[in-house]
Structures are given as structure tokens and as C-alpha cells.
Design a protein around this ligand. Structure first.
Ligand code: GLN
Length: 349
């Protein structure tokens, strides 16, 4: 009788990877469950009411599988996590050149709420910090404030795979206390970066910040970016590939504010945080990651979010310049005719 030869194989099968993701997020949840460093955001009064111990980790892979642990159905607000999505929407609506007239692409090295504009251009430095995000919000097209809000919610909904809601308490809380953002807006109006009514733009900005999600939703939103702009659950395109490339690039260089350099050095994947305690990261072609934990470090990033994402990236080999870097082909395959990459979302869907 012939003896069957068994060769050991080290290839990771899909199910292995899935078990690895699941066991890794469970292990990280246990590892950081008792970490209580940091404080919840207090400058928006409503945010200070959150239970600081809440903690969730969710991963959605580009084939739509969800891995999740902890308080993953607890609602929190996007805050600055909305910035990359609205930036992408405006890129698709107005085109890259037009948007670049209003906002730069340079990391600031400053806190997210710095009252600082680019010294040469007087534009905000990038769309991930408050100044840039407010300028981008001021570009959202529409007939009136309601139309603009609805378009913004529809754009976020394509990533979420559902209809997002604005948390009215959080919105009102920031609207009534947001003088720092108001100052930034006036400064930008002075330089011609904001041309619409200041109060209307700020209301819209505070509303986008107050959009309510849970950790599962946020992972799906990140996974949509990881999947080239197509929501892996609904199959709907949320953003064109060309705009997505710009969004991910700016998330990579500017997503973690003044920690952005350290972030790409140690973690190495595009990410974004919000003072509501959410943090998302995108591993192109592989997965979207979301962590929710409301205690923030001095820069406004979720303490446990940063720790979990750092360990996850190391344990699953997610750094962009490590994972697959040695096996990638020298020349990327051409999978679409030249030029289609720049087609706007309106034409593509
Ligand atoms: N709404 C917050 C603000 O404008 C968002 C800041 C953040 O999440 N980093 O201050």
C-alpha cells in the first residue's frame, strides 16, 4: 500500500487567518481591559458623561466577515472620525484641484484644535485637523442646509451600510460650547477659505461630528476603505478609487495629529481617531479595524485604541511596508484601462 507523503506547509489558509484575528482581538481585549490611563473628553460637556470603561474591538475583513469583542453595540459619536469620509465626499463632488485650493496636505505637528493656518497659503494645513475639516465641510454642495446635511449623512451611510443618526444632545452640547472652532472659522473666513455663512457651516460640522455609530459600524466603514471604496456588506460603492487614494494618504500622514509620525513608524497603516473615543485603521486589501474606548491621551487619541491597534498591527503583521512587501510584484498588474481611476463616483455608480 502506497504511503501518503505529508509535507508540512506553512501557508496560512483563510480559516487560519480568521482564527488568528479572532483570538488576537480577544487576547488584546483581555490585555487592556483594566488599563485606565487617560481621561474622557471634557470640553464637550455631553461627552464627559460617557462610561469611561466601555471597550470594544471590531474587525471587518474585505470579504465582509466581522470579528468583534466587548461593548461593540454601544453608540458613540464620530467626532473627527467623520473628517476623512467628508473629505472623500467633497473630493468626489468637486475634484481634487478645487479642494486643494481650500485645504493643504501637510501634517501639522500641532494639536487637532490648533488655531493655525499654513503661513504661506493661509489655508488650513490638512483636512484631518479641525481647521481643515471645517473648511471641507464648508465645501459640501447642496441647495440648502438640510440638503447638505442629508447628502453628508447619505455619504456616511454608504460606508456604514445603514442610515446614520445625529446625536442631538452631543450636537447641541458642542454647538453651545464650540468657541474655539468658531474662532478658527472666523479666521478662515478672513482669508477667504470659508465663504458660506459661518453659523451654518459650523452647525453642519458639529452635526457630522455628532453622528452616532457603534464599533461594528466603524469597522465596516474602515473596511469599505480597505476594500477599495466598496462596502463589503452591501456591495455599494461609497467613494471613487481616486478620491480614496487621497483620503488614505492623508490619513496615513496626518490621521493621528501630532503623533502621526510615531504612528506610521510603529503601526504603519492609515488611521483616524475622534474624541468620542473611536479609532479606526485601514489595512488596504485586508481589513478595517475599529476600537472604542473613551479615555483619551493628551493628544485626544483613545489610549486603549492606540495600544490595541499598535499590538494588533505587530501581531498580525499589518504595517504597510512589512506585510507582503517582499512578495509584491515589481510592477503592479494593470486591472483597469488608464484613466478610469479618476472617474468620479457619480459616473461610476
Ligand atoms: N468635534 C470635535 C472638535 O471639533 C472633534 C475633535 C476630534 O475628534 N479630534 O473639537
Amino acid at each position: 500500500m502506497a504511503v501518503e507523503q505529508h509535507h508540512p506547509t506553512y501557508a496560512i489558509t483563510e480559516s487560519d487567518v480568521n482564527i488568528r484575528i479572532l483570538s488576537t482581538i480577544n487576547e488584546l481585549h483581555l490585555r487592556y481591559r483594566d488599563l485606565d490611563e487617560g481621561t474622557v473628553a471634557g470640553y464637550i460637556p455631553e461627552l464627559s458623561k460617557v462610561d469611561p470603561d466601555l471597550f470594544a474591538i471590531s474587525v471587518v475583513t474585505t470579504d465582509g466577515k466581522l470579528y468583534s469583542v466587548g461593548d461593540d453595540e454601544h453608540a458613540f459619536t464620530l467626532q473627527s472620525l467623520a473628517n476623512p469620509f467628508i473629505f472623500g465626499m467633497v473630493l468626489d463632488e468637486l475634484g481634487r484641484e478645487r479642494v486643494r485650493q481650500f485645504v493643504g496636505v501637510e501634517p501639522t505637528g500641532n494639536p487637532f484644535n490648533a488655531i493655525v493656518l499654513d503661513r504661506q497659503t493661509n489655508r488650513p494645513m490638512n483636512p484631518m485637523v479641525n481647521a481643515g475639516a471645517i473648511a471641507v465641510t464648508g465645501l459640501v454642495p447642496g441647495n440648502d442646509p438640510t440638503d447638505r446635511l442629508n447628502r453628508m449623512l447619505a455619504a456616511l451611510g454608504r460606508y456604514m451600510g445603514g442610515a446614520p443618526q445625529v446625536d442631538i444632545e452631543v450636537f447641541m452640547s458642542e454647538k453651545s460650547t464650540g468657541d474655539r472652532n468658531r474662532s478658527i472659522a472666523y479666521l478662515m473666513r478672513n482669508f477667504g477659505t470659508l465663504t458660506r455663512d459661518i453659523n451654518e457651516v459650523l452647525d453642519q460640522y458639529f452635526q457630522q461630528c455628532a453622528v452616532s455609530v457603534n464599533c461594528r459600524n466603524l469597522a465596516c466603514m474602515a473596511a469599505t476603505m480597505a476594500a477599495g471604496g466598496v462596502n463589503p456588506h452591501t456591495g455599494e460603492r461609497a467613494i471613487s478609487r481616486a478620491a480614496l487614494r487621497d483620503v488614505l494618504t492623508i490619513m496615513y500622514t496626518c490621521g493621528l495629529y501630532e503623533s502621526s509620525g510615531r504612528w506610521v513608524h510603529t503601526v504603519g497603516i492609515p488611521a483616524k481617531s475622534g474624541v468620542g473615543g473611536g479609532l479606526m485603521a485601514v489595512v488596504p486589501g485586508r481589513m478595517g479595524i475599529a476600537i472604542f474606548s473613551p479615555r483619551l491621551d493628551s493628544q485626544g487619541n483613545s489610549v486603549r485604541g492606540v495600544r490595541v491597534c499598535t499590538d494588533l498591527a505587530r501581531q498580525l503583521n499589518l504595517h504597510l511596508f512589512v506585510a507582503g512587501g517582499d512578495t509584491a510584484p515589481a510592477v503592479a498588474p494593470i486591472d483597469q484601462p488608464p484613466g478610469t481611476d479618476d472617474t468620479s463616483i457619480a459616473q461610476r455608480t
